[in-house]
Design a protein around this ligand. Structure first.
Ligand SMILES: [Zn+2]
Length: 135
C-alpha cells in the first residue's frame, strides 16, 4: 500500500499526495521534463508500471516494455534520487535532458544508476525518449 502522506520518493520534500501522485493519477501533466523524470522515478519505487509505459515515447514502446519494466522494478528497491542537472525541458521547450543518479538496492547491495535521460514532447505531454547510461 502506498501512504499518500509519506514524503514523495522523488525527493521534492513534498508529500506524495501533493507531488507525483497527481501525475500518477492523471490529475495533472508534467510541466517540465524534470517533473516527468521525478514522477517516473516515484513510479518505479511504487511499481506503477502502466504509468511508466504511458510516459514512454510511443516510438519506444516495444511489445515487451511492460514486462521488462515490471521485471526490473520487482528486483530493485529505489531509495534515493539525485538530480544533477537539467537542460531545456521547460514549459516552452520541445526536448529536454535530465542528468541524475538513482540509488537503489539490488539483492541487498547498494548500487547507482547514472543516466542522462532524454525527454520529448508527444503532443503536449512530456514523455521519456531514451537514456545514456554513463560512468
Ligand atoms: Zn514527487
Amino acid at each position: 500500500m502506498i501512504n499518500i502522506r509519506q514524503t514523495c520518493p522523488c525527493a521534492s520534500g513534498k508529500t506524495y499526495a501533493n507531488c507525483c501522485r497527481k501525475l500518477h493519477q492523471d490529475k495533472t501533466i508534467a510541466q517540465t521534463a524534470e517533473q516527468l523524470m521525478r514522477s517516473r522515478y516515484s513510479a518505479y519505487s511504487f511499481k506503477l508500471i502502466d504509468y511508466l509505459v504511458k510516459t514512454t515515447h510511443p516510438d519506444k514502446r516495444t511489445a515487451n516494455l511492460h514486462q521488462e519494466i515490471s521485471d526490473w522494478a520487482d528486483q530493485v528497491e529505489f531509495y534515493r534520487l539525485e538530480i544533477i542537472s537539467t537542460r531545456q525541458g521547460l514549459a516552452t521547450d520541445k526536448i529536454g535532458k535530465v542528468e541524475f543518479i538513482a540509488h537503489f538496492r539490488l539483492q541487498n547491495k547498494e548500487q547507482q544508476l547514472y543516466e542522462i535521460s532524454r525527454f520529448k514532447r508527444h503532443r503536449k505531454d512530456w514523455v521519456y525518449l531514451d537514456g545514456e547510461i554513463g560512468k
